[in-house]
Ligand binder design. Structure first.
Ligand SMILES: O=C(CO)[C@@H](O)[C@H](O)[C@H](O)[C@H](O)COP(=O)(O)O
Ligand SMILES: [Zn+2]
Length: 198
């Protein structure tokens, strides 16, 4: 019955967040450091993902360019899933696999960060974007789940892999959203120190 299913979703989500925290603190902290250092050097963050993860990448960019919990200057972040003309032209003329990698080629510069969301770790267009980012001497923060899939073979030691220990896409995305907010908070704290009420 529906009430039981809803309760089960809440319970599974809460348990995952609670159980995954210890494992994810260190890679999330490493991602904050990497992003703060890039932003401090005048670099930017490019973000990509498919489906719900496209929305996650846009959510992160919105909080950097707009704001998270504090007033501050806009920070340079850009989601690569928002320009339908660019995406449809590349998908139509080349392939769907290249919709993000060509944008990384166009916009990415050495020292920039690619924030890549894929719950399976296997989406071809995300892996292609990562390959181009690494070629261009960018750093990668990858948010995955399901053991990380092909992502495990893609990243270098300079990159950060935040892999949610679960096999269900929806649950992984829920932890990705929490991670986005930890990243925004961490960047704000690195910029200004203290907590939100300081
Ligand atoms: O939001 C959801 C499922 O919760 C879907 O839209 C989901 O993001 C799509 O199926 C994606 O294509 C899955 O790709 P990925 O996470 O494996 O890279
Ligand atoms: Zn979803």
């Amino acid at each position: 019955m529906i009430n039981q299913r809803i309760l089960a979703h809440f319970q599974e989500s809460a348990e995952l967040k609670s159980n995954a925290a210890a494992e994810l603190v260190q890679p999330i902290a490493a991602a904050v450091e990497l992003m703060f250092s890039a932003l401090s050097n005048g670099n930017k963050i490019l973000c990509c993902g498919n489906g719900g993860s496209a929305a996650d990448s846009q959510h992160f960019a919105a909080e950097l360019v707009g704001r998270f919990e504090r007033e501050r200057l806009p920070l340079p972040a850009m989601a690569l899933s928002t320009d339908t003309s660019i995406i449809t032209a590349i998908a139509n003329d080349y392939s769907y696999t290249e919709i993000f990698s060509k944008q990384v080629q166009a916009f990415g510069q050495a020292g920039d960060v690619l924030l890549a969301f894929t719950t399976s770790g296997n989406s071809a267009n995300i892996l292609a974007a990562i390959d181009v980012a690494i070629e261009r001497d960018m750093r990668v923060v990858a948010l995955t789940g399901k053991g990380g899939g092909a992502m495990n073979q893609r990243l270098t030691e300079a990159d950060v892999h935040i892999c949610v220990p679960h096999d269900r896409t929806a649950r992984i995305q829920e932890v990705h959203l929490l991670t986005i907010h930890c990243l925004c908070d961490g960047i704000d704290v690195a910029l200004f120190g203290g907590d939100v009420n300081d």
